[in-house]
Write a protein that binds this ligand. Structure first.
Ligand SMILES: [Zn+2]
Length: 265
C-alpha cells in the first residue's frame, strides 16, 4: 500500500440560509438559522458515521453565536475558518471582527477566510486581520456573478497571503462546486473529480449545510434545491466512501494542506 499522494479538501460554508432572499422570498432570521442547523446536524451525523474524514467549516460569526456548542464540537475534529460576520451584509471590519469572535468561541486560532458568494473585496484586509490563507476564488466564469478566469488553479501568494482556489476541471475550468455535485449524476461528477485529482493532486470542494436540510417548502429554483435533505446526504456519503476506499487519497484540513506552501513563500 502506497502513501496517499492526493488530497481532498471538503469544505462547508456554514451560514444563514439567505438564498430565498436572493429570489425575493422573505425568510426570518430564526428560520434561516433553523434550516442551516438542520442541515449541519445531518452533516455531523454523516461524518460521524464515516469515521470523521476531516473537513473545514467556514462559518459566519453570526451563525457561531447562535449555535456555539455545534461549532465547538466540530472544532475538536475539523478546522473552523471564517465566512465573515453576517452572510447578507458586509462591512470591511467584519473580516477582522469575525476572526476575533470565532477565536473567542472555539479557543483556537482561525487561520482561513472565505468571502460569502466568493465576492470580490480588498484582499489586503486578509493579511491585516492576521489570517494565514484566503479561499475566496472559484477560478471560473459565472455569468452575472464573477469572472475569475485570470487566476491560477493552484495555491498562490496574493497580497501577502496564500490564496487557495476551489477546484475547477483543468483546461475546461468547469467548476466542481456544490451546484455541480448536486446536479450532475454522481458517476460523472466522480469522473471529473478523478481527472482533476490526477492532474492537480488536490480536490478542493465546497458545500453548504442548508443544502442538506429539507427545502421542499421553499419556492427557489430547482437546480439550487434538488436534491436536498437526506437524498443529498446519501449522495455525499457515496462520494466520500468512494474516496475513503482509495489508498492514494487522503482528506485534510485546509490549513494543514496549505502550511507547506506558506513556509516556502
Ligand atoms: Zn456563503
Amino acid at each position: 500500500m502506497g502513501m496517499p499522494t492526493k488530497t481532498i479538501l471538503l469544505t462547508f460554508d456554514v451560514e444563514e440560509f439567505d438564498t430565498p432572499l436572493l429570489h425575493n422570498i422573505p425568510i426570518p432570521m430564526s428560520e434561516q438559522m433553523r434550516i442551516s442547523q438542520e442541515g449541519l446536524l445531518n452533516i455531523c451525523a454523516l461524518l460521524k458515521r464515516l469515521g470523521q474524514p476531516v473537513c473545514t467549516f467556514y462559518t459566519t460569526a453570526n451563525y457561531a453565536l447562535h449555535f456555539p456548542e455545534t461549532i465547538i464540537d466540530l472544532s475538536k475534529q475539523h478546522e473552523i475558518a471564517s465566512h465573515t460576520y453576517y452572510h447578507s451584509t458586509f462591512k470591511p471590519s467584519d473580516i477582522h471582527d469575525s476572526k476575533i469572535c470565532l477565536e473567542g468561541i472555539i479557543g483556537k486560532e482561525i487561520a482561513g477566510f472565505r468571502m460569502p458568494n466568493m465576492a470580490a473585496f480588498d484582499k489586503r484586509l486578509i493579511h491585516q486581520a492576521g489570517y494565514q490563507y484566503d479561499s475566496s476564488i472559484n477560478p471560473t466564469w459565472l455569468p452575472g456573478k464573477y469572472n475569475y478566469l485570470k487566476y491560477p488553479l493552484h495555491p498562490f501568494s496574493y497580497f501577502d497571503t496564500m490564496e487557495i482556489p476551489v477546484s475547477v476541471v483543468p483546461y475546461l475550468r468547469f467548476p466542481l462546486f456544490w451546484l455541480s455535485f448536486k446536479n450532475l449524476p454522481l458517476w460523472l461528477y466522480i469522473q471529473l473529480c478523478n481527472f482533476t485529482l490526477a492532474r492537480t493532486g488536490c480536490l478542493h470542494l465546497y458545500f453548504h449545510p442548508w443544502e442538506f436540510a429539507d427545502l421542499s417548502m421553499f419556492r427557489i429554483p430547482g437546480f439550487i434545491r434538488n436534491p436536498d435533505g437526506i437524498q443529498l446526504v446519501n449522495k455525499l456519503e457515496k462520494f466520500i466512501r468512494y474516496y475513503q476506499a482509495r489508498s492514494d487519497v487522503k482528506f485534510e484540513r485546509t490549513f494543514d494542506y496549505i502550511k507547506p506552501f506558506i513556509l516556502t513563500n
